[in-house]
Design a protein around this ligand. Structure first.
Ligand code: UFG
Length: 329
């Protein structure tokens, strides 16, 4: 029995692969290496370079490696890119996922865990936002993920495929042992940008908008440590294997920080007072996105262990330093 991890060479997927190997699972990675890195996964893990939409390949892998569970990370994840290339996003995130789900059903896969996103909520009418609140994506990225949620739910009902859909909030940080981390080039995510600036990889950074209806005028997000997010996946797999019912769950801590709070933390943790410019709003940014997260805790027994912004930033910073020393990056 193996666990197939799509996108396992990417940021979150590679953390998952290390955790699965540590817990003694047999793991197989399918990744097209468009944004992932072979070195991000343990040497002993087999990496198949290919597409999740390649039905012949996936069918063969499921049969040959006796895949009983799929954890599906592989996706395009840049919101502005999805606006300029919606059809590319629907192909990679929705069409390829449809093929993967069909292969899973045909191949008798028992459990399916899917990486969804808080982007399915769009600009939430209230925070914290619950799984039962309206889903109104504001980008093709969010829509592409929501469509996969719908396909998975329908396939689950029709074919008995058990699934957990995890809606990620703002994922950040890195493996505390620094085996992997966020390695994307040209990243746009706040914590990554802040630690890059602290290390002098960027001369300065910008705060996008200081006139939001929040206490300090900057946007609030629920930042979750990647290690806790991986824990939620491991808990979801154990839950499904124990006969748990399919579920859709938020993955956030349930409290948020403003952009200025994050930047202050990055300055404090790094000890560097880097340059920060206050500029206009970035189009499409909701003022506040914070998870209601009790359902994942109750249903899966999920117990976050890194719910501390300074720890998240410290691990992101340590990984950023290490990244500067890697030859094959
Ligand atoms: N921000 C800055 N300066 C920067 C980068 C970001 O001020 O250099 C601000 C943004 O304007 C936003 C906040 O920091 O207010 C967080 O921005 P990120 O880009 O880090 O993250 P987002 O909240 O925009 O995106 C996250 C996920 C997406 C998901 C989206 C849905 O990373 O995958 O939430 O809400 F689609």
């Amino acid at each position: 029995m193996s666990v197939l991890v799509t996108g396992g060479a990417g940021y979150i997927g590679s953390h998952m692969v290390h955790a699965l190997v540590e817990s003694g699972e047999s793991v197989l990675v399918l990744d097209n290496l468009s944004t992932g890195f072979k070195w991000a996964i343990p040497k002993a893990v087999e990496l198949v370079v290919g597409e999740t939409g390649d039905e012949a390949l996936v069918t063969r892998l499921i049969a040959e490696r006796e895949v009983s569970a799929i954890i599906h990370f592989a996706a395009s994840i840049v919101v502005p890119d999805s606006i300029s290339d919606p059809l590319g996003y629907y192909r990679n995130n929705t069409v390829n996922s449809r093929a993967l789900i069909e292969c899973a059903v045909r191949g008798g896969v028992k459990q399916f865990i899917f990486s969804s996103t808080a982007a399915v909520y769009g600009n939430p009418a209230k925070v914290p936002v619950s799984e039962d609140d309206a889903v109104v994506p504001m980008s093709p990225y969010g829509s592409s993920k929501l469509m996969t949620e719908i396909m998975l739910r329908d396939a689950g009902v029709a074919h008995g495929l058990d699934y957990v859909i995890l809606r990620y909030f703002n994922v950040a940080g890195a493996d505390p042992d620094l085996r992997t981390g966020q390695s994307t080039k040209g990243a746009t995510h706040l914590i990554k940008v802040a630690v890059e600036t602290a290390l002098g990889k960027r001369a300065k950074m910008a705060v996008f908008g200081t006139d939001y209806p929040t206490p300090d005028g900057t946007c609030i997000r629920d930042y979750i440590h990647v290690a806790d997010l991986v824990r939620a996946h491991a808990d979801a797999l154990a839950y499904l294997r124990a006969g748990g019912r399919s579920a859709t769950l938020n993955c956030g801590y349930g409290h948020g920080f403003s952009v200025l709070e994050v930047i202050d933390t990055a300055k404090r943790v790094s000890g560097v007072d880097f340059r920060v410019d206050r500029v206009g709003r970035r189009p499409g940014d909701p003022a506040q996105v914070v998870a209601q997260s009790d359902r994942a805790r109750e249903l899966l027994g999920w117990k976050p262990q890194c719910d501390d912004l300074a720890t998240i930033v410290a691990h992101a910073l340590a990984w950023e330093r290490k990244l500067g020393t890697l030859e094959n990056w």
